[in-house]
Every structure is written in C-alpha cells, then in structure tokens.
Design a protein. Structure first.
Length: 193
C-alpha cells in the first residue's frame, strides 16, 4: 500500500479492481484547515481510457509490483506485434494500441523490457527518443536561417520535417510521442574522436 502523496509517474495501482498506470501526479498543499490533494492523471491498462481523479494526501492506494522481462520484437501483423521472451523463447502477441506511437519505430531484433502483472502484459518500456535513418529527402542545403525545414521520409515510412542541412542516409533522433525531429545523431567517427 502507498499513500497518495507518494504517487509518481510510471507507478501502477489498483482501484476498485481496475489497474491503472500513473501518468501524472501533482501534490497540492491545503490552506488553513483544508487538507491538500493529489491531482492525478491515470490510464486504465485494460481499456486505455484516461481518468483524472483527486486523492486526499493520506489516502491509501494499492500499488502493484510488476514483473519485467527482456523480449525481442519479431514482427507486426494485423493489430498485434509479436515479441519473443529471451529466456524461454516463447512468443507473445501484444496489441499495437498497448505499444502506442512507439510501434512505428520497432525493428526486428530490437530488445525491449515488457512489464507483466499476474501473467498479463501491462506495458512495454520504450525510450522517449529513437534513432532512425532518413530514407529520402531533398539534397542537403545550407540556408541563412535555422528555421527552414523540409519533408523527409524515415526508413520506417514515417514522414517528418527536418532542417535543410539533413541529407538522405543520415541518422536522426526523433521524439517518439510526437514524431518530431530532435537532432542529428552523432556518427561513430565523431564519438571516438
């Protein structure tokens, strides 16, 4: 059990038999005789619906301990993505909706931690930023201003906007949630120098 004031993003709790992932938790102190509250944003793991309840600071909530296993992404077909457990080589299908926007960046052979509770898949731990190769775009150009952008297609088929100086074949860092270009990825030559 946890008290509401200890909630943090990423935690998983059970309320009235439903399992929720904490997306946001903001403690608001009370004034005078009023006690404070914890404003939260929760996502129901089963239905993917958002809920924004308020809890009293000392309200007790059942937090859940998840099992995390490394799994390898194999392929996606239909509405599911197939992963293989690296320990026992068992394959499981995970709905694309559970993975969210990160599904566009999954590549065969990629290893990611998958979280389970009582044998059911709860979530996949994905990074906030992925690196992807530019499959096609206009040739690089140097513009006098930094705010000039052009269309580019990544090797996964996703279309994004990149600065004019980015050319085909370059690797860029992309924010998963928004699909927005962040920066050019460092090349191996630059790292070793």
């Amino acid at each position: 059990m946890r008290i509401a004031s200890e909630l943090k993003p990423g935690m998983v709790i059970r309320i009235e038999g439903q399992i929720y992932r904490v997306l946001e938790a903001d403690v608001k102190a009370g004034a005078a005789k009023l006690s404070g509250v914890v404003k939260t944003k929760l996502r129901n793991v089963a239905t993917d619906r958002l809920w924004e309840p308020h809890f009293r600071l000392e309200e007790r909530l059942e937090d859940l301990q998840l099992e995390q296993r490394p799994m390898e992404f194999l392929f996606s077909a239909g509405g599911n993505c197939t992963f293989m457990d690296l320990g026992n080589f068992e394959q499981i299908e995970i709905p694309r909706t559970l993975i969210g926007p990160a599904e566009r960046f999954l590549q065969a052979g990629m290893q990611l931690p998958v979280e389970f509770f009582e044998g059911h898949t709860i979530s996949i731990v994905v990074p906030d930023v992925f690196e992807a190769r530019i499959a096609s775009t206009a040739p690089p150009a140097h513009a006098p201003q930094d705010s000039a952008w052009k269309e580019a297609t990544l090797d996964n088929g996703l279309q994004i906007r990149v600065p004019l100086f980015i050319g085909p074949g370059e690797i860029v860092r992309v924010e998963v949630k928004t699909g927005r270009y962040l920066e050019r990825a460092r090349s191996e030559r630059r790292r070793s120098a």
